[in-house]
Design a protein around this ligand. Structure first.
Ligand code: NIG
Length: 387
């Protein structure tokens, strides 16, 4: 039995509204956190804390649940910085760039792909991310998708099969959808927890997306959708109708989409680093929250539309550009991400939860948006306790 005491905490964000100030963040002032075998054992007064094997002095700083980044494409090879630069000079973002990364990824060794993705996961941890979801989607052949899923599975349990990212060169759309729903899904499903589809002009139509998602559900996978990223479509409504865990991007929403999300169990996962890097309008986060939808924030780390792992950067954008409060943004980046992954053991620090946490170099959580662009995470820890 290994035990750790974190004491001298200035502000502890638990995300448990039954604790502390009873807000959604469940903020407890000046507590000690007791961790036993990788799980939170107690939140208590320092004076009442038991003796532990290890003591961490938080020195009056803020402790938060580690960020849950529920949307990334971290397994890839190649470089698309020139595409970013061209975009900043006025070129629009288009789905077609994905095939450039597919080409480079197919030529990369498993070891190179693993090293690249591992470096990104480590980079994310340095800015407080303790859980990442990772999608395939830059292989787009049966063998390459399996390769990418195996790499992702070395780094996280939240693995998503995304053979339906775009239609690769050299195959018709119909044949490719047949392949995704057939042999590719059969070989990929045992390696993944989720299936995702890019429902977009230049990628997959609404009908193709529905067929792929239904096939994934029949194979036992949970559903996620890249929805309404580049234009308004029926993808958000499809996500809600199919009971998807998450509709991601949600950049172009009408009021009916917002109502549908608010009345469903589908989380709206917003990816504002994408709007930043593609110079697009930001999603209607304020309207979603005011309507009662559950909102998550994620990085969308990928080489094309959002090459960042930084959830503090995402939070700063959400507050400045999408008018989320600092508290809402932190909740969405932690407990919201967990909801998008249908998890209740992460994104929260409460007795029995996993003890995945970050110590901020700040007395209060709102410094995350108040001090953008600085390294505000002093340390972050991922438990080795099993889920
Ligand atoms: O979520 N939209 C589809 N997939 C990624 C972009 C991938 C790429 O451009 O390489 C996204 O933005």
């Amino acid at each position: 039995m290994a035990s750790t005491l974190i004491d001298n905490i200035g502000q502890l964000v638990t995300n448990d509204p039954t604790l502390g100030d009873a807000s959604p963040l469940g903020i407890v002032s000046s507590p000690a956190l007791v961790i036993v075998d990788g799980k939170v054992a107690a939140i208590t007064d320092a004076a009442a804390a038991p003796a532990c094997d290890t003591r961490i002095d938080a020195a009056g700083r803020c402790v938060i649940p580690g960020f849950v980044d529920s949307h990334t494409h971290m397994v890839f090879a190649g470089d698309r910085s020139a595409e970013f630069s061209a975009r900043m000079s006025g070129q629009p973002y288009a789905a077609g760039g994905i095939n450039i990364t597919v080409e480079a990824t197919r030529h990369a060794s498993d070891a190179a792909l693993l090293a690249g993705a591992r470096a990104l996961v480590a980079e994310a941890l340095r800015t407080g991310t303790t859980t990442v979801e990772i999608k395939s989607g830059y292989g787009l052949s049966v063998a390459d998708e399996v390769r990418l899923l195996n790499v992702a599975g070395r780094l996280t349990s939240e693995v998503t099969f995304m053979g339906a990212h775009v239609i690769p060169h050299g195959i018709s759309a119909d044949d490719y959808v047949d392949l995704v729903c057939g042999q590719m899904l059969a070989e990929s499903a045992p390696l993944a927890r989720w299936i995702d589809v890019f429902c977009e002009q230049g990628a997959f139509t609404l009908e193709q997306s529905e067929r792929i998602l239904r096939a994934g559900a029949s194979a036992g996978l949970g559903l996620r959708i890249h929805a309404n990223q580049l234009r308004h479509s029926g993808a958000v409504r499809l996500a809600c109708d199919l009971g998807a865990a998450s509709a991601d991007h949600c950049t172009h929403l009408d009021n009916a989409d917002i109502d549908a999300l608010a009345q469903s169990s589908t989380v709206a996962t917003l990816l504002p680093a994408t709007e930043f890097a593609t110079r697009s309008n930001y999603p209607r986060a304020r309207d979603l929250i005011d309507a009662g939808a559950t909102v998550a924030l994620a990085s969308n780390c990928n080489p094309g539309s959002s090459y960042t792992t930084s959830m503090p950067f995402v939070i700063a954008l959400a507050v400045r550009e999408m008018r989320m409060t600092a508290a809402e943004a932190l909740w969405s980046a932690t407990r919201g991400g967990a909801a998008a992954l249908r998890r209740d053991d992460i994104g929260v620090l409460t007795p029995g939860s996993r003890a995945d946490y970050a110590i901020l170099d700040a007395p209060r959580h709102d410094y995350l948006a108040y001090r953008p662009g600085v390294q505000l995470v002093a340390s972050a820890s991922v438990t080795s306790a099993s889920a």
